[in-house]
Design a protein around this ligand. Sequence first.
Ligand code: AMP
Length: 392
Amino acid sequence: MYRVIDEFDLKDKRVFIRTDYNIPVKGGVIQDDTRIRASLSTLEYAINQGAKIIIGSHLGRPKGGREEKFSLFPIAAHLTGLLNKEVVFPENCVGDSVRKLASELRPGDVLLLENLRFCPEEESNNEIFSKQLAQLADIYIDDSFGTVHRAHASTNGMVKFFKEKGIGFLVQKELKFLQILLQNPQKPFLAVLGGAKVTDKIGVVENLMNHVDAFIIGGAMAYTFLKAKGVKVGRSLVDESKIHQAGRLLERASVKGVDILLPVDSLLAPRIEEGVEIRIARNEEDWDNWMGCDIGPESIKIFKEEIASAHTIFWNGPMGAFETAGFEKGTEAMALAITQNKGMTVVGGGDSISAVKQAGYADRVTHLCTGGGAALEFLEGKKLPGLKVLEI
Ligand code: AMP
């Protein structure tokens, strides 16, 4: 259980709000402001309540010091326009000048700290840095779902210094949908998983096995599962260290009566490159030195039928190496099928989200997760360090 921002008396209080402004910025120009807009309901609520707001966020992966391309300056400017009020923007995230600015805030004022990761102490969850951040405010609110799985100073370390702490409306919304998936999904519940990193997702298969009726597993991760079944997958990407666990999961699923649908055919190529020779092969055929780069047409047909009959769907990960022209059809077909489903659909992960956006029907998805990694760890059943410290 977590306290939500509307359960606090915010008037005249300095409120630290951790937001997720880790967005694409090129040459000082914001490429996609979805995450900034997603923070507005919490910020506007706090402003209307007369809070003095201090926002903290990171952007990109600076290497332990200031790097102009990762400055939050363009975000401060954009936020000024969206909120229609001046956003105070200091040159740092801690220090005397920041402390002074925070103490001078009036009700409804907004201060955006410079990129927290310009201080390496943010990621090392340093105690002194955590305390310095905490001293800026009276109340702590986490509204950055994309970082709740990180034990950093602004998501974890600083929280222990607050008596008053809780979540913002965005984190509340994310948790609402993920909790429905784990607690009371409408059946049949289908999880569609893809992508390349088996390590990131095999724990999700393990835990979701207790909740779903069926899995669709595509993308490169499917080849680890196919190899566990004895299929000769040529030179397809396989995580050798996970074959055993994949085999165990396939056995467990058959005992539990959970379907794990794997591709029955694949689009093969000698390598992932636009314009190379391709062929379609079923699992039983000889793949020789070829690698599976996308699911094949028969698999697309079977997966679409499964998607059409589900009432709840969670999707994370592409069905093939979709960034390369020629290997995008499987992912596109899944995006279209999922957006046509009338049940509850939750899509997480940058690749899957851009696929549904490209399909042109992102508004038909019930919920687009703002934190793919955090959502996976939540569904894996892990206690997330950013949430654990906020539990009441
Ligand atoms: P992940 O970060 O685990 O979600 O993996 C996403 C990446 O998996 C994307 O960059 C895809 O290009 C890649 N991917 C998906 N399917 C395949 C495949 N069959 N072979 C190689 N890479 C793939």
